[in-house]
Ligand binder design. Structure first.
Ligand code: HDD
Length: 726
């Protein structure tokens, strides 16, 4: 085709453009390989359902009206250097679609990542509930799980200090059930009417939109210090629970008390828990802040990569079941979402397993458009009068209508597995074609269809709770104790956890500039939780301790401990943990192989980090392939580090990057091991080399080093080095 194909005017030669010619686009030299479209994965009923919407690989590019496009890379113009023509419908369609690509981000929980999976109950729970996922151990219920931070916008970093959302959509054969929880079992407020205030306070301040994804600013602390019911939740958010190592190492909680209802109509109260099989582990604060810069996608990447390599994250579902007659037995109001029922009082019964097995095929279509709603329940699950839950029942439907549109339930990721049939009609983006003239009930013209199901055992019927009360705007007195459980949390922490909480409160308050706000947090919140906590924060912030306590001193109430609240634990294994092996020329290739094999047998991920990418010349003339160059491999993205020996480690010893790597790993309490001459590298980094009890392993044979190293990694961190967050 000539340069004058759009008009006859000869043109001056122009420099060659890098864009392919139309011929090159239509006549590829060889048939291209099929694009590897990530399959929506797995073979659950929901994934098969989603596959119906996938497009065909190898198909021709068309407009949205189905016209084959001859050239998608040059707009239609009057001459090669002339103006673009309005007539170019393909250009306009492509650009306008692009202009409309975004939907409003979630007002909270905007930043998230999700995966598909399955849930299986261990044994039938028919005595407790008719809910479909709990009837048959042989049945796999498809799930879609979205994890999120709360305060940050869509592009914010994963590792900020925040609550994490833990929302599970069950596609049951009786409809969709959403369990929309968090990684903390309580909430800041007791009544949904306060939610807009809470979120306005924590979001960036409205005059300058600062700070992003952080609670460390005046407006948040102003609000919570005037809202003492937030005291218990503040303890969780200032603990390391708010900076998880990964989504797979977080607990999840339904927070509210719900109801389980069985076939006889008998109801019991229930609290839902998700217990991660990989254990509960966190980062430390300095590490989390640095990770936010080095790898803002840290959690999203961890989830995606783990699933891609077949290391499927798993959680057991746990239930705390309370008989109706025991409603008032626990000294708290079970309708109060700022309270837990300690696991030591009502044990968590583990009833089933959730496994995440497949990544979404398209982030927008699935993770962004998924629409959760606490009101999506199935027969056998019901609500309680928790005033926070009651308000949520309104908010979620409303937000989905605004964010995703009136027909959000028809989108592939949201639609139930069952056929939907009712008289709701039309609205923007309607997919279903409802034929016929009848869109009302009762009708005779469609023989009464679609019909009610008064007799059907699997129809939803609300639990017939007796309600009788005056219309009043008051909070029950039973919601009045805001501090005992905050103190319980404090009492249950290990020493290092307390240190981290003191450091977190101090960091946040030192970011606040308003002296009245800072003092109020001390007077109203901290001093009423524990004197030791208040003293620790006072010492680091300079905020004076109050002379008298505003609230009755909770510490004087007989508050015990709940060991289940502590994260001071050892994991069963080191599956999915990431180890850096630091090498440079002269490293022992033989040792490296043994290290890799041993750790990979434990299903850890081993990456060889060297000053540059490519390969390094190891001892014995062997070439060692490098996974990542040191500038691309910050210590914060690894859980542990090991330095093999070699003929000559002088290059490693001299490397500033490696010295920094090792020091940072030490600061963050990570297991560190060195073998043979590798110890010289630790010494060159000025690290102590005799701290076996504190996770620095030296002076042992290769075999013993690896045994001790795996053992140390099961403990995750050595906070007793006591250098990390301060
Ligand atoms: Fe909420 C999203 C969890 C209280 C209003 N919430 C949202 C998500 C999670 C939670 C995990 C993200 C879902 C997703 O991944 O798409 N929210 C909670 C928990 C709460 C809670 C555990 C307390 C126990 N939320 C809460 C209240 C209100 C809302 C009291 C309003 C009165 N939440 C919303 C919302 C969001 C939302 C505005 C924003 C985006 C969305 O729903 O889809 O409706």
């Amino acid at each position: 085709m000539s340069d004058t194909r759009y008009d006859d005017t000869p043109v001056r030669p122009v420099p060659p453009t890098p864009s392919p010619t139309p011929d090159a686009l239509t006549q590829p030299a060889a048939k291209p390989a099929m694009p590897s479209v990530p399959f929506v994965g797995g073979d659950t009923a929901k994934q098969r359902d989603l596959a119906l919407d996938s497009h065909e690989a190898g198909s021709a590019l068309t407009t949205n009206q189905g016209l084959k496009v001859s050239d998608d890379q040059n707009s239609l113009r009057a001459g090669p250097r002339g103006p673009t023509l309005m007539e170019d419908f393909h250009l306009r369609e492509k650009i306008t679609h692009f202009d409309h690509e975004r939907i409003p981000e979630r007002v909270v929980h905007a930043r998230g990542a999700a995966a598909h999976g399955i849930f299986q109950v261990y044994e039938p729970l028919t005595n407790l509930t008719t809910a479909a996922p709990f009837q048959d151990p042989a049945k796999e219920t498809p799930v879609f799980v979205r994890f999120s931070t709360v305060a940050g916008s869509r592009g914010s970093a994963d590792t900020v200090r925040d609550v994490r959302g833990f929302a599970v959509k069950f596609y049951t054969e009786e409809g969709v059930w959403d369990l929309v929880g968090n990684n903390m079992p309580v909430f800041f407020i007791q009544d949904a009417v306060k939610f807009p205030d809470l979120i306005h306070a924590v979001k960036p301040e409205p005059h300058n939109e600062i700070p992003q994804a952080q609670s460390a600013h005046d407006t948040f602390w102003d609000f919570v210090s005037l809202t003492p019911e937030s005291a218990h939740m503040l303890m969780w958010v200032m603990s390391d629970r708010a900076i998880p190592r990964s989504y797979a190492t977080m607990e999840g909680f339904g927070v509210h008390t719900f109801r389980l209802v069985n076939a006889e109509g008998k109801a019991r109260f229930v609290k839902f828990h998700w217990k991660p099989l990989k254990g509960i582990f966190s980062q430390v604060w300095d590490e989390a802040q640095k990770t936010a810069g080095k790898d803002p996608d840290f959690h999203r990447r961890d989830l995606f990569d783990a699933i891609e390599r077949g290391d499927f994250p798993q959680w057991e579902l746990g239930l705390q079941v309370i008989e109706e007659e025991d409603e008032f037995k626990y000294g708290i109001d079970i309708l109060d979402p700022t309270k837990i029922i300690p696991e030591e009082e009502v044990p968590v019964r583990r009833v089933g397993l959730m496994t995440l097995t497949a990544n979404p095929g398209n982030f927008f279509a699935e993770t962004e458009q998924v629409a959760f709603h606490v009101g999506h329940v199935v027969p056998g699950i019901d609500f309680t009068n928790d005033p926070l839950l009651q308000g949520r029942l309104f908010s979620y439907l409303d937000t989905q209508l605004r964010r995703v549109g009136p027909n959000f339930a028809e989108l592939p990721i949201n639609r139930p597995l069952q056929r939907v049939d009712n008289n709701q009609r039309d609205g923007m983006g309607r997919r279903q074609i409802n034929r016929g003239r009848v869109a009302y009930f009762p009708n005779g013209l469609a023989h009464g269809c679609p019909m009610h199901s008064p007799e059907a055992a699997d129809a939803f019927r609300s639990y017939a709770e007796k309600v009788d009360g005056a219309k009043i705007r008051v909070r029950s007195d039973s919601f009045g104790d805001h501090f005992s459980q905050a103190t319980l949390f404090w009492n249950s922490m290990a020493g290092w956890e307390k240190d981290h909480i003191v450091a977190a409160f101090s960091f946040e308050l030192n970011q606040c500039t308003d002296m009245v706000v800072r003092q109020r947090v001390m007077d109203v919140i901290l001093s009423n939780i524990a004197l030791e906590l208040a003293q620790g924060v006072a010492a680091r912030t300079g905020i004076p301790l109050p002379e008298t306590r505003v609230h009755p001193p909770a510490a004087d109430l007989k508050v015990g401990r709940s060991p289940a609240l502590s994260m001071d634990r050892v994991a069963e294994d080191i599956r999915g943990r990431k180890v850096a092996v630091l090498v440079d020329k002269g490293a022992s290739a033989e040792q490296l192989t043994i290290i890799q094999e041993t750790l990979m047998d434990e299903e850890a991920i081993v990456e060889v980090v060297a000053p540059t990418a490519g390969t390094v010349q190891g001892a014995d003339g062997l070439l060692v392939p490098v996974t990542r160059a040191a500038p691309n491999a910050p210590s914060v993205v690894y859980d542990a580090v090991i330095v093999p020996g070699g003929v000559d480690t002088s290059a490693l010893q001299a490397s500033g990057l490696f010295r920094h790597f090792l020091n940072e790993a030490f600061l963050h309490g990570k297991p560190i091991a060195a073998i043979g001459t590798g110890e010289q590298v630790l010494a060159a980094a000025n690290l102590p080399t005799v701290l076996k009890e504190e996770g620095v392993i030296t002076g042992a044979t290769l075999e013993d080093t690896l045994t001790l190293f795996v053992e140390a990694m099961r403990r995750h961190r050595f906070p007793q080095r006591n250098v990390a967050p301060v």
